[in-house]
Design a protein around this ligand. Structure first.
Ligand code: GLN
Length: 543
């Protein structure tokens, strides 16, 4: 039977609860303990697929096609597993399921209530993941902070689990923030005490408290939290801010968290091996020569919108012992200020995914700049649409080619909706989602990168390359280097007369892991690092 670790958050959100949950996965996995992870999101949306990136950050896509919280990306990268739809549960899913059961008559005669019907449905999801994954430990992160109205049924469900599966099989970890007061120059524990009180009020006594802070945490502070929150002193774990998220598992292990979890859950003691992780962090902390990469997007004000893209770039750069100097370019600024001003120092240009017409012309300018100046370009989903539109405008000598997503009456719809997508009216969960196969063409940049001919990659889009324009663009120099195995869909395209201009209809960023960069990102950085731009020249050797 699986054991459960429930992670709650207190004081404020965004203190790194997701990274902490992922890191606990890393330290358990380093002891050869099998783990699975689940994120509970208390909002009423069924999934984040219809939410604006400004609200939610990136939408992470699992191989089986679920649109999920970006924390799942961190779990995958930290634990090196491919998760499934079961790993993200929202209130929207829970209530839909309960109401569907009620309509079916499953509860005939009963009054449907939050306790027990909603809480039973939630617990059902915990057990389903445990059953399916057969993991020794299931780590479950409750989104939001204790005290949120929407979170109450989730907290009640995790409280009940202690009785359902037995005390030795459940562990509660609370992650809080210790704010620093500049006037008195001290860290304050009171908000932590309050959030622990709030947890206790609903019947949960945390076993372990992880304290986030931007400053070192003294023994005195640990004593105080231990005493006021009734937690063993060694179970008050300090987690000061570190320079790279990948260091968090090492800090937690150093503070004894791995052993504490093994003891408290009565797991079999096993040898820990975090050597690969230590090596990764050592390399990340060394000064490395940067590669200037411009990320041209429309949501750049909120960096979390491109979380996996950023991580994938970092993994790829590390492969060459390089760092990424990411130049954030708002595509609307490109429309106003011109390409040279904003892209002058870029050694490579990346155009990631996105939806809607805003900022599209700026992205097209970026693709045109990359093509004309032989700057390496990587287009991800929308970035491929942009590259195709730009190339069609050049090949046809017209400004009219477009995607029907942005101009429904264009005479040259080079990107369009597939006939089977046209009848779909519901917006949620109706895109082409998850893993699909892609056959690569020998000798292409894409095939060279993968070193393979058949690959599976994650998709999230409605619009596709329009095959009516295949020949025309091919004659002008476009290469279709990846196709669906039936040859119907263009999955990867690249330019023949360019050092490296490659775009894909899928999202390779979701598959990149520290230590295993995604092949397309790796080769993109591999060529970009050789490009010399203004401000990026190597220093002159002393004479
Ligand atoms: N908006 C485009 C589509 O729906 C691209 C989506 C994306 O970049 N993920 O096809």
């Amino acid at each position: 039977m699986s054991k459960y670790i429930f992670i709650t958050g207190g004081v404020v959100s965004s203190v790194g609860k997701g990274i902490t949950a992922a890191s606990i996965g890393t330290i358990l996995k380093s002891r050869q303990i099998t783990v699975s992870v689940q994120k509970l999101d208390p909002y009423l949306n069924v999934d984040p697929g219809t939410m604006s990136p400004y609200q939610h950050g990136e939408v992470f896509v699992t191989q089986d096609g679920a649109e999920t919280d970006l924390d799942l990306g961190n779990y995958e990268r930290f634990i090196d597993v491919n998760l499934t739809a079961e790993s993200n549960v929202t209130s929207g899913q829970i209530y839909s399921a309960v109401i569907a059961k009620e309509r079916r008559g499953d509860f005939l005669g009963g009054t449907i209530q939050v306790v027990p019907h909603v809480t039973n449905e939630i617990k059902e999801r915990f057990k389903r993941l445990a059953q399916k994954s057969q993991a020794e430990v299931v780590i479950i992160e409750v989104g939001g902070t204790v005290g949120d109205i929407e979170g109450q049924p989730f907290l009640e469900a995790i409280r009940q689990m202690r009785n359902d599966v037995g005390r030795d099989n459940v562990l509660y970890i609370h992650v809080t923030l210790l704010p620093y007061l500049t006037s008195t120059q001290e860290l304050k524990t009171k908000p932590t005490q309050h959030s622990v009180n709030e947890l206790r009020r609903i019947g949960i006594q945390p076993d372990i408290i992880i304290c986030r802070s931007d400053y070192p945490i003294s023994e005195g502070i640990r004593d105080k939290i231990s005493q006021f929150c009734d937690v063993d002193k060694q179970a008050v774990i300090p987690l000061p801010t570190v320079s790279t998220i990948y260091e968090v598992p090492l800090v937690l292990e150093e503070e004894g968290l791995g052993q504490l979890i093994v003891d408290k859950l009565s797991l079999k003691p096993r040898q820990t091996d975090l050597s690969q992780w230590q090596e990764l962090v050592r390399c990340l902390k060394e000064p490395r020569e940067p590669v200037n990469i411009a990320l041209v997007g429309k949501y750049v004000e909120l960096k979390d919108s491109y979380f996996s893209v950023r991580e994938a770039l970092c993994h790829a750069a590390l492969y060459y012992n390089r760092d990424i100097n990411l130049i954030w370019v708002h595509s609307e600024d490109l429309e106003r200020d011109g390409s040279e001003a904003l892209l002058r120092s870029a050694q490579g240009i990346i155009v990631p995914g996105g939806f809607g017409v805003r900022g599209i012309e700026g992205m097209i300018k970026a693709a045109s700049y990359a093509r004309n100046n032989e700057i390496p370009y990587l287009g991800l989903c929308l970035g491929m649409h942009v590259m195709v539109i730009e190339f069609a405008r050049y090949a046809l000598g017209s400004t009219k080619p477009n995607s029907t997503e942005f101009d429904s009456s264009t005479p040259y719809p080079v990107i369009y909706l597939l006939p089977e997508q046209r009848e779909i009216e519901n917006k949620g969960g109706t895109m082409r989602l998850g893993n699909y196969p892609c056959q690569l063409v020998d000798g292409s940049h894409a095939a060279n990168a993968y070193g393979d001919s058949l690959v599976y990659e994650r998709h999230r889009h409605r619009f596709e390359f329009n095959n009516e324009f295949r020949n025309l663009l091919q004659e002008a120099g476009m290469v279709y280097s990846g196709l669906s195995p039936d040859g119907r869909l263009v999955e990867v395209c690249e330019l023949a007369n360019h050092p490296w201009m490659v775009s894909c209809q899928f999202h390779p960023e979701f598959g990149s892991r520290p230590g295993h960069p995604h092949p397309l990102f790796r080769d993109f950085i591999g060529v970009s690092k050789k490009i010399l731009r203004e401000g990026a020249q190597p220093p002159l050797l002393p004479t």
